[in-house]
Design a protein around this ligand. Sequence first.
Ligand SMILES: Cc1cc2nc3c(=O)[nH]c(=O)nc-3n(C[C@H](O)[C@H](O)[C@H](O)COP(=O)(O)OP(=O)(O)OC[C@H]3O[C@@H](n4cnc5c(N)ncnc54)[C@H](O)[C@@H]3O)c2cc1C
Ligand code: FES
Length: 235
Amino acid sequence: MSKILYNNSLTETVYEIAVEGSFEGGMGQFYMVRAWDEYPVLSRPLSIHDLEDDRIVFLYRICGEGTRILSKKKPGDEISIDGPYGNGFPMETGRIALVGGGLGTAPLRLAAKTIRELSPEKLDIYLGYSDEDINSDRFSAYADSMQIDIGGFVTEGIDPSWYDVIFACGPEPMMEALAKKTRPYDVKVFVSMEKRMACGIGACLVCTCKTKNGNKKTCKDGPVFAGEDVFFDEL
Ligand SMILES: Cc1cc2nc3c(=O)[nH]c(=O)nc-3n(C[C@H](O)[C@H](O)[C@H](O)COP(=O)(O)OP(=O)(O)OC[C@H]3O[C@@H](n4cnc5c(N)ncnc54)[C@H](O)[C@@H]3O)c2cc1C
Ligand code: FES
């Protein structure tokens, strides 16, 4: 069990929680989080939002019972977090764009921080929100340029010819649009797929993602896949 340092609301339904301890993990990996004893039965996957020497940070939206219970927890309360799990974003340099939609911005903060440390030629960040800006202030320190879209299509502002690599996380239609838009260009696109998960460790097959290399387990083979490999229209 690990102690909560803070659990702050950023909007009515979006929270940022920091948990004390020295944790491991790379950009795009996730932890299975549990803030209750018996019900709900399953722990819930949350992406690593940020890591520091003494804490791990998650960004989450109240979605159902599990995240509702989590949102009621106070500093000093203890929760169980287990991980890191999954294969995250690869280490890349060059001209890089991060594209996040809504809570899909969750894994991109650690990505922004990590990539900035790798000294990219360029790091541009595109954030799209359906109705309000949740957390763009958390990204500005890392970006050479930032575009924020509210209520539109964040992918429309991206010129794929400017980049060597794009990392994306958000609603599946957003990632599908990005994969299609970037297909004619010489740019590597990686997408983080948020499938429903049960075990989180590759044992139950709940999280199947159809790819050109066959059915993959999002929890173990992903959640990050090459955008060109995912069959978005069969999801
Ligand atoms: C690898 C991974 C990383 C994730 N990282 C984050 C994160 O950083 N922040 C965050 O807020 N959420 C994240 N999620 C989604 C998060 O796990 C779910 O929101 C959470 O499990 C909901 O639990 P709940 O008990 O509150 O809601 P539930 O009662 O379990 O579900 C409520 C509703 O949400 C839908 N739902 C639940 N999980 C998912 C999912 N994975 N994809 C699509 N719909 C879902 C259900 O169908 C249902 O309609 C991630 C999911 C995955 C697979
Ligand atoms: S969640 Fe069980 S196999 Fe992926």
